[in-house]
Design a protein around this ligand. Structure first.
Ligand code: FNR
Length: 190
């Protein structure tokens, strides 16, 4: 069995630290868990008229198809004003509609939040959980991942360099993979 895992990054900027964390996860040697980043920057702000009129933007169609095909979702996000960046919330909203066709339904998930500040985007990490629970993603509870002072973890080559950060991310990744197996294999059982 192989598992398709989508990574959704809550920052669009080219030099995003959160993108660098995503790159680190994707660069790990292949095993049966395949990670890739799913684009959200091209999704127009959600407007229900698109769906009601039966004419959603091409990017919505593409995004919803990609989400539907995933076995699990990993969110890697900064915090904007103590909450979830609007681009990420928008992506969750787009994937949850049209009504009755929620593409997130029943998938295992996990959250890594990171910040240049000391608190590791704790606020965003917990606000996104509220939406994930509602769209029926199963977010892993433990371990939690709040990466503070993220700038200090990056080397001159622009990659995650600090060994303890790499070790932590790898142990988080392993825990998530156990979580995925647990959720996928208990689905549909009493
Ligand atoms: C921030 N930043 C920030 N950091 C934080 O720890 N708590 C916060 O509430 C905020 N708020 C905030 C709002 C806005 C609009 C911006 C642009 C930034 C700082 C943020 O952690 C920093 O810019 C990170 O580098 C953003 O992540 P990426 O883009 O590097 O992935």
């Amino acid at each position: 069995n192989t598992y398709n895992i989508g990574i959704i990054v809550g920052s669009l900027r080219k030099q995003s630290y959160n993108k660098k964390i995503a790159a680190f996860i994707c660069e790990q040697p292949a095993n049966k868990f395949n990670y890739r980043v799913i684009e959200i920057g091209d999704l127009p702000l959600y407007n229900q008229d698109f769906d009601d009129e039966g004419n959603p933007p091409e990017s919505y169609v593409r995004f919803r198809k990609e989400i539907a095909a995933l076995d699990a979702v990993l969110f890697i996000t900064p915090e904007y004003n103590r909450s979830v960046p609007a681009v990420l919330k928008n992506a969750i909203d787009v994937g949850s509609r049209p009504y009755g066709k929620n593409k997130w339904d029943g998938k295992p998930g996990a959250i890594i939040s990171s910040s240049t500040g000391a608190y590791g985007a704790f606020g965003a990490n917990h606000h996104i959980r509220q939406s994930l629970v509602f769209v029926n993603i199963y977010p892993m509870q433990q371990p939690e991942a709040y990466l503070g002072n993220i700038k200090d973890c990056i080397g001159e080559n622009g990659k995650i360099e600090l060994q303890k950060t790499k070790d932590f991310l790898l142990s988080f990744k392993r825990a998530f993979e156990h979580w995925i197996i647990r959720i996928v294999h208990t689905k549909g059982q009493d």
